[in-house]
Ligand binder design. Structure first.
Ligand code: 1GP
Length: 244
């Protein structure tokens, strides 16, 4: 079964799933085993692996380590066309729709597509929309794009619909890692009423009541990264995943 089908299957039993994000950077090497174990025990449905900037060449080794230490699907959430590994189960094939930087609309895709093909990785087309979560984020800096203001709901909706009409399988609403504010429930409600494809929401989710509000608003997956990296306990993470 494809990973996309597995993700859809999760939504037959849960109204909203939980994705854990691991930044496969050297800074997390000392705690990687602990992070993976914590994720395994906290009710997550899959692991995303990726980051805006990875400072060495050990991406493949880290994916290998994560894959060998979890039964969860491991999905690359790439910051660039260099973040590829045949050890992962799938890759979110992201188009940064909120920006107008051709490198992240088609450039990185052309560079990575032949490698994805030869690695046999499953690409999951995903429209990626960067929202202004109240702090300047790595995605904004590295991608050289401007996030959409959260009060421009009609403009955000137009981007999301365009993403759906272009054939994406998911819309990912991103406020950036460690964002001060997560995507507003007004945006999630408006989009989920009008889109036929599931919405993933990430950036700044650190507690169960926010996760619950995001799920109530119609998100189909939430993403938690920084909170795990910052030492959240299994109990705290379970509270988030069971609130969905
Ligand atoms: C970042 O959406 C993810 O790309 C997760 O964000 O690190 O704030 O949980 P956090």
């Amino acid at each position: 079964m494809s990973i996309f089908s597995k993700l859809k299957e999760i939504l037959y039993v849960k109204r909203c799933g939980a994705l854990a994000l691991i930044d496969p950077d050297i800074k997390n090497d000392g705690t990687l085993a602990e992070i993976v174990e914590k994720i395994n025990q906290s009710g997550f449905d899959a692991i995303l692996v990726g980051g805006s900037l990875i400072l060495d060449n050990n991406f493949d080794n880290r994916i290998d380590f994560i894959k060998k230490n979890t039964k969860l699907p491991v999905i690359i959430f790439p910051g660039s066309s260099k973040q590829l590994s045949g050890k992962a189960d799938a890759i979110l094939f992201l188009s940064l729709l909120s920006g107008r930087n051709p490198q992240y609309l088609i450039g990185e895709h052309v560079e990575s597509a032949p490698v994805i093909y030869s690695l046999g990785l499953e690409p999951i087309p995903t429209g990626y929309i960067l929202l202004d979560g109240g702090s300047r984020t790595s995605v904004e800096i590295i991608s050289n794009t401007i996030p959409l203001p959260m009060n421009k709901v009609d403009i955000i909706l137009a981007h999301a619909l365009a993403g759906q009409y272009l054939g994406n399988k998911f819309i990912f609403l991103e406020c950036g890692s460690g964002a001060s504010n997560h995507a507003s429930t007004t945006i999630i409600e408006t989009l989920s009423e009008r889109l036929d494809i599931p919405i993933i929401v990430g950036g700044g989710i650190t507690d169960a009541s926010s996760a619950n509000a995001i799920a109530n608003a119609g998100a189909k997956f939430i993403v938690v990264g920084t909170h795990i990296e910052n030492g959240a306990s299994i109990e705290e993470l379970q509270e988030i995943t069971s609130s969905l």
